[in-house]
Every structure is written in C-alpha cells, then in structure tokens.
Design a protein. Sequence first.
Length: 100
Amino acid sequence: MRVMAKPSRAILTVLLSGRHAALGGRSARERAANLARIAAAYNRAELATEKGIGPARAAEVERWLSGQGLSLRSDRDCSVSAVGFAEVSTAGSAVRVANS
C-alpha cells in the first residue's frame, strides 16, 4: 500500500484551525495527530468555503484522505454539529469532545 505525504502546509493550517478542528482535540499536537479525522469531518461544500482552500487544494485533501482509506463526508450525511459529540482517539485513549 502506498503512503501519501501529508497535505501542504497551507492545507494543514486551514484544517488545524478550521470549523472542525475541535474534533481533533484541544491542543495543536492532538489535532495534528488526528488530522485525518478532522479532514474527513468536512463535506466538499464546507471544505470549499474555508479561506485558502480552492478546488485544487480540496482535491489534494480528497486524494490524501483516499490514501488513508477515508473520504470527505457526503453532502447528504447529517451535519457534524447535529451529532452532538464526537469520540476522538488521542494518545491511545478515547476522549469526548463537544462540537462547536
């Protein structure tokens, strides 16, 4: 299986501070460790509205997630905020993080 490099620094910056960043944890280290979970919480429309993400960068995120065995959330899926809580795995333990 081919391992894809992480997304560009610009994409990392957006994902680590974007609308779903809290799903990855409270600290920058936790969020970086859960980057794929954060990216997969977006649907294509949400990702496109993040400042600094255009069609090319959104496609880069999709390719990277695909390499991780994940994908963007479907536009038909319920919104992340409607779920209430997300279980996030950090440093081998599960913690519950409230969506914001």
